[in-house]
Design a protein around this ligand. Sequence first.
Ligand SMILES: *Cc1c(COP(=O)(O)O)cnc(C)c1O
Length: 485
Amino acid sequence: MDYQSTRSSAFKADSVTAVLEGIAPDGGLYITDPSKIAFDWRSALRCSSRDMSAMILHALLPDFPDMKAIVERAYLNKFETEDLTPTVKVGDRYVLELFRGPTSAFKDVALSVLPQLVTAGRTMHGAEDDVVILTATSGDTGKAALEGFHDVDGTRIVVFYPYKGVSRVQELQMSTQKGANVKVCAVRGNFDDAQTGVKNVFSACREKDLGGKSLSSANSINIGRLAPQVMYYFRAYADLVNKGRINVGDTVHYVVPTGNFGDILAGWFAKLLGLPVGKLVCASNQNNVLTDFINTGVYDKRREFYKTNSPSMDILVSSNLERLLYLLCKDASYVAELMKKLSSEGIYEISAGILEKLQSGFVAGFCNDENSIDTIGRVFREYGYLMDPHTAVAWNVCDSFIESFGSEPVVVLSTASPYKFPAACLRALGEDPGDDEFAVMRRLNEISGVPVPANLACLESAKVLHTDVINKEDMLAYVLSYISE
Ligand SMILES: *Cc1c(COP(=O)(O)O)cnc(C)c1O
């Protein structure tokens, strides 16, 4: 029993159960302490990306047999490059390109693995009925989850996204999804509404007879979604060693465009497993609740919600922060108390001791739309490198910390292809994008010479198959009706 709920040590689970359940029965998240795992991080650095991934996943999710086979199946012919997540030098920083997978966003790294974990877990548990995967998405998780789970035996998947809250390309990626086991539905509300709705469906269904079926999650509340992301911090570090930029043992800083705190938490896991991670820089857009939290220790979600040009980070309730809080204090009843305050009052404050620990690992900043557009243009003009608005937020926030890092290298995580957000990118290059996003993609390609990923280009002629729009109060009924089909 390596895992327990962040809110109570009474709810324990082995790693297979944690993945299959997605969320603990008390609404907490399943967590283990990676610093307690004996992990030979130096040998991991000498591995290929896939072997590195298998090694890390075996350490974090020890109850799955043959992780190597799981990882091989997960990444077979899915990514553009053999190393999965290449590191490229841009000026004197390094950009870790996490978007070379089937849906052109970093979510692919984990959501290629998760269906394999669920399938292996079902077999181990002798499950006969379907696992229904519930997913709330701010834009990118939805498509990556659909891509991973469509037509996987023994699974069904339901994706909820904020109505009019995602980019046109993101919406088309989801609404054109084929597969006999998929449902895609827009919810009137923002991402936080969709995510809270999904959590509510989980707790309501605990009491209900689902006819043998069970629920799980493809969001990073599921540890099976978080664990596969730890690999790319090792990958980037190994790349810097291989390029001769650092020696094994040297410190590397990472800048992470952050929304739900999953990506950056994977960096904290990497550090706890031994990787010499320096600072983790938490970069937010104008929804800067995390910047304030890391700087002051007060988490206050009672603030205006902005729709920005980096929609995958338009989030005010960052679920995975709960896991970090647990790892910092190891006191589940304290975490439960904070989460209760967050849901009843919308605000909580951590103790000075925990804040100090938090600030020893993390620094934070934010960047508004105007500055992210400016950054895309500036980096393209100076280095010929085209980045998406999420990556631009990270690059921009990195500017404020770069001097404090001295000669130590900095890796900026690039979370999406610029072609997922073509209008913002073209505007950044000084042209008016107009309404036709596919014409914008072609124009961007002419200017930058960067090829349009095939999975995005083909959306122009794909048939829209999903048009459901519901109110957030109706999410439970929507799920129950699909379960009973
Ligand atoms: C999901 C996403 C993020 C935020 O990642 P979290 O794990 O939610 O912090 C950033 N950029 C892009 C492009 C994303 O899709």
